[in-house]
Ligand binder design. Structure first.
Ligand SMILES: Nc1nc2c(ncn2[C@@H]2O[C@H](COP(=O)(O)OP(=O)(O)O)[C@@H](O)[C@H]2O)c(=O)[nH]1
Ligand SMILES: [Mg+2]
Length: 198
């Protein structure tokens, strides 16, 4: 019997592309998206006209890349609200997650600063959970990777360029995260097996 769906959380600041990411994958992989978008009422209105107030939720099956170590994987994806005043929901949405993505818009320093806060908050909530940082509007990954990682408080290798409007890029980032999720699961199984055999 196939395992239950993996729970993946997509977080990051307002306007980083979380709802876009969930929408792109839902449309591309054939899922059903539920979102709680509402009008923006504050100073962030200049950036875009709607925002997620509770969560984005979708589920779909991710086909593995050729020669992948894992089979087609059912994913339920939860997108968090981005605005700081809704941060109390993060802990709830993070419960029992198998992996998470922090999205950040590299073209706006405010987004980077807020993403650093999100990175720190989630590192505290889920220190051992596989994570990647998906960076949009990032013209020079080679030249700015180390600096951006420093600003975000992550290892440079945790950063992956991703335009969330693009299905191939979004699916590639999700597959990379699922590589980490499956590797960790296999390691845990190994430890249990070794323990039983010892
Ligand atoms: N040009 C460009 N636009 C992007 C890119 N990533 C995201 N966007 C746009 O930025 C906006 C992000 O909005 P949304 O997904 O609602 O952000 P959320 O608040 O994180 O859910 C959308 O209008 C996207 O089309 C990118 O890499 N390039
Ligand atoms: Mg949103």
């Amino acid at each position: 019997m196939s395992r239950a769906a993996r729970k993946i959380v997509v977080t990051g600041p307002f306007g980083a592309g979380k709802t876009t990411f969930a929408t792109t994958l839902t449309q591309g992989l054939g899922g059903t998206l539920t979102t709680t978008e509402t009008g923006v009422s504050d100073e962030t209105a200049a950036l875009k006209t709607s925002t997620t107030v509770a969560l984005d939720h979708t589920s779909f099956v991710v086909p593995p890349a050729p020669a992948s170590a894992w089979d087609a994987t059912h994913v339920t994806l939860f997108g968090t609200p981005g605005q700081q005043r809704f941060s109390f929901t993060w802990e709830l949405l993070a419960r029992n997650m198998d992996g998470y993505l922090v999205l950040v818009d590299a073209s706006r320093s405010a987004s980077i600063a807020q993403a650093a806060d999100v990175v720190a908050a989630f590192a505290r909530i889920a220190p051992a959970t596989p994570r990647l940082v998906a960076v949009s509007r990032w013209p020079d990954p080679a030249g700015t990777r180390t600096h951006l990682a420093q600003l975000l408080g992550t290892a440079p290798t945790a950063l992956v360029a991703c335009d969330p409007r693009d299905l191939a890029q979004s699916a590639a980032v999700l597959r990379l995260l699922l590589d980490g999720v499956h590797t960790l699961e296999n390691r845990r199984t190994q430890v249990v097996t070794d323990g039983v055999n010892a």
